[in-house]
Design a binder for this molecule. Sequence first.
Ligand SMILES: Cc1cc2nc3c(=O)[nH]c(=O)nc-3n(C[C@H](O)[C@H](O)[C@H](O)COP(=O)(O)O)c2cc1C
Length: 358
Amino acid sequence: MSWRRRIVEDGYQRLLRPLLFRSHGGDPEKVHEDMIATLGVLAAAPGARDAMRALTRVPAEPVEVAGIRFPGRVGLAAGMDKDGRAALAWQHLGFAFAELGTVTAQAQPGNPKPRVFRAQASRGLVNRMGFNNHGALALANRLAVAGIFRGNGAAGIPLGISIGKTKVVPVQDAVGDYLTSFDHVHPHADYVAVNVSSPNTPGLRTLQDGGAMASLLGALTARAAQLSPADPVPVFVKIAPDLTWPQIDEVLAAASDHGVAGVIATNTTLSREGLAAVDAPLAYEDGGLSGAPLTVRAREVVGYVASHTDLPVMGVGGIMTAGDARAMLDAGARLLQLYTGFIYAGPALVGAINEEVR
Ligand SMILES: Cc1cc2nc3c(=O)[nH]c(=O)nc-3n(C[C@H](O)[C@H](O)[C@H](O)COP(=O)(O)O)c2cc1C
């Protein structure tokens, strides 16, 4: 391990993480907001930007997926930077791409707080954020102001944008609601991720059912083709780890039938298996569980998808170590995304994975 990575790893795990986990009275959401705001500021300061880059940079091998050239395999998962406030920062932390959002057609506050809980002994998180975001248009405007448009590389790395359903819109009207978000974000997205797998919007996961899935994906890919006939923006679909194999088959059939570019597996789980005894009370909190308790199931789902379709898979869920990343790639993932692992291990995890992958 290089001295730089050791500084970043030890500095985060021994100094910064304990401080962060205790600050704001231990409220993970407030810490998160501070982190995103700080990263947004640092990304705009050339000195800080260069320092972040120098400390975290580990060469990665580029890979082309769905016609997009990714400078490496490790990306940031959706939900970390919902409103794109730190869109320019992720490249400097070593990420090869970032998935912004999930945004919805209408701005919405999300669920009542508290709505994120650390399962520290289990290296997990339970969240029921409920798509709190300022809306698809606000994200599009922010990216436009930053000069970030599809394919222009202004964020330094490809950016995906995840779209979801506005809570107050009934599930039967979901297609129109997704299309509104799509229309706003598509000029800025290197790919669009269709989130039908958050457990925190009532009814959302029913959109993964065959018929509903086909209508939604069909409408979105048709709109992509209509808006850029020569080069439609790739559409990915993100699935839940709690689906059965026949349910996954239905999603894959709909995805293949409608020219979807790839699958993102997985979102958080409703299962509470794998929680350490001290975290057991979190089993009674509503929401989705992420992190180490999800590692094995997410990898299983990635393996299933990769072996039942030719569509490329982005593997996400419980990648806490470089070994987990390797196993996810071995299961068939072409690209990886991190959320909870980044919270527990810090930015050194990205470099460690790049080193492992090389
Ligand atoms: C606090 C929090 C918020 C999240 N928000 C979103 C979101 O808005 N959209 C989405 O597709 N996934 C969201 N996720 C799920 C992650 O993108 C990821 O799929 C999941 O956490 C599993 O990966 P992990 O174990 O590396 O965290 C969220 C996860 C967490 C912990």
